[in-house]
Design a protein around this ligand. Sequence first.
Ligand SMILES: [Fe+2]
Length: 364
Amino acid sequence: MSQDLAIPTVDLDDLRAGGPSRDAACAAIREGFGAYGLVYVRSHGIAPETLDAFYDAFVRFTSLPEADKRRFARPEIWYQRGWTPPNTEQAVAGGGQPDFKECYFAATMALDPECKTEHPEICADNVWPDDPRFAEVYTVMGNALHSVGQELLRGAAVALGLEERNFTDRIDGAPHVTRALRYIPLTPEQVEQGVLWGEEHTDFNLLTLLPGGRFIDPSGQRCPPPDPHSGLYLRTRATAEHPAGRKVRGAAPPGCLVAQVGQQWEILTGGTFQATPHVITAPKAPGYSRLSSAHFVHLHPHQVLTPLGPFRNEQTLRAYSPPVLAGTYDLKTLVDIALAPPAALNSLGYRHYDRLAEQRAMPR
Ligand SMILES: [Fe+2]
């Protein structure tokens, strides 16, 4: 494990200030998203009480009997809203082993109505539990994280020499989703076997915001991390010296969020920004659970995933071809991670060949 690597912190106040302060923040963005695929974010304006209220509501939900939680599971829309039961989602690298987590998905802002017709699963209406506080605190949290994402996207555009709104113009009305997760307690045997809470993966969206988690001890009480090794680890970009990359602990400084690059941002930047491979390791003690959350900023489904002008050359075009619409990319990835059925891919493109067949079968 590498201790000599330092993930940069981006202070949003520096981005807001302009001048040399903004230049320093832009340098941190280039270094963080380029080498690590990740930055820490300071001055984000999200109060600890906001996060606490969010997790308190989520704990009340996860504590319900499973039969009650099942009322809010929506396999028919690939679990893109409501509750995802444990052992459902699989990382692509997981070899068929589902992640040990239960989740909740909700979109906290308005979606493009056309996309609701074109992508009924990823743009579905929310499903909210009976607890009225749940939707309220969830929406506050999701919208606050999204605002942080927008500031970072504007700063990153400037850092890359693009027009400031280049990225944010591509996300209006997109199926941004806020996710609450609970990594479930492992048995002593699973701890012995080194079972992971979440297998190593890269996020498939544009940008992910992680506001930090909460550990729960075997008695159900909030507790400090049970050991220094459990939590988020990321893998750095491969170099000649370190072809497998280097594993780095993703431990944000107090009060900071984590922001990480997803596959869609890597494609738009031709690999200048790197989608971060990351893994969630469980503690070396059984019985602990962990609450976590993420806000996934997505491209609008009509955006074309191909390197943008300054990043287009033969090498990047070869690496990120053929171009694909972001909505199609989302659908295909949800099949890859076992949330959508493989048959969902049959809905792509023209599918009305039966019409001609029926016409030809008619008597003349
Ligand atoms: Fe992830």
